[in-house]
Design a protein around this ligand. Sequence first.
Ligand code: MV4
Length: 447
Amino acid sequence: MFKKILIANRGEIALRIMRTCREMGIKTVAVFSTADRDSLHVRFADEAVCIGPPPSRQSYLSIPSIISAAEVTGADAIHPGYGFLSENAEFSRICAEYGIKFIGATADQINSMGDKATAKATMKMAGVPVIPGSEGLLESVEEGKVLAKEMGYPVIVKATAGGGGRGMRIIKDESEFQKAWDDAKMESGAAFGNDGLYLEKFVEEPRHIEIQIVGDQYGKACHLSERDCSIQRRHQKLVEETPSPILTPELREQMGQAAIKGATAIGYEGAGTIEFLVDKHGKFYFMEMNTRIQVEHPITEEVTDFDLIKEQIKVAAGEPISGKNYTPKLYAMECRINAEDAGNNFRPSPGKITQLHFPGGHGVRIDSHVYAGYTIPPNYDSMIAKLIVTGQSREEVITRMKRALQEFVIEGIKTTIPFHIRLMDDAGFQSGQFTTKYLESFDFSGL
Ligand code: MV4
């Protein structure tokens, strides 16, 4: 087992990883930018190293600074958390070169899943259902138009280097094709330095459902069922829940087996997520694979009683997994509490938290790094807490979530709590019958 893990991250996920390390008897090293001097991840770690100024590029994204910190402190592994360097192939490769275990995917896996057209081809080969569309990249706009006519509109062009909704355009008929193509090419070339595009049939009003998988070094993988992440705004997830209100046991089993096939095909080691779109007929299609721990992992932890960070560390150290898949018995939901003004287009609201009280009680978990007197820096993402609620039924979870949200006190900044309270009271949300477009017509006024 590792003796000392460097955590190449900040905020709640850095604390989350340290908690598991402490329970496992592993020493921790925090890294921090000068904006995070007073952060809890710095105080709670056994050692802490300053790695640069506030901008992420010069601190949490600086590979030389982080490798130096690991060398100086003698860390034998690095946990990257989510975001920052968690899906950076170069970083994974450099860690391997320095003999530091990267708790995440190999450089090859990150590259093949990071290129969306390659990821799709790989999954198709493995027997995972994919959305009908071009075989790999499109050579020309003409090729795209011919294929779109064959498949029928609407279609969607996607940047192979994209993901998370960047560099894609929906096309309703042929007259829109050229402009959508040009825009997507321009946008992806500028954003990713790669303007490769591929084409798919557009799946209307889908649900976003992802399967949590864990693989070990011996070629075995299991799934820990799904998370329904359909409640999103501009590709930012706001609420996640498990089990999905729309999955039948049969569909769950099929999606779980498909996810295992995909993970096994690439020899996946560690925790990963396979994202699917599910259409209104209950057909599911591979969308993307995330080769990292995700923000919403705690809802899976609560219903399966697995510590996913511990699983990551154990398989990274070479332990085999039990290989048992999970069948849901409990319900869990997560609300992301962001320092944002939901009534004002979710405008960021950094600043000092003057008063703070966290909810508690049965079935309530908070993962957060903030405290009374803490100042949220403007440099990083705006998530300040995850409120995770567990119960015996979806109804119980919604009732408990509303109770916990009402108990929450955060003063000095605006947060997404008022939005979440309104959502818990919303009949459409309560019905469980919603798609990824649900928040497009949601009333955010007066929040
Ligand atoms: C799609 C789609 C419909 N049809 N692909 C959004 C993020 C990126 N991973 C892919 N996305 C989508 N791909 C086809 N062929 C709809 C979306 C999409 C979406 C997916 C999941 C959750 C929210 C979404 C919001 C808008 C569009």
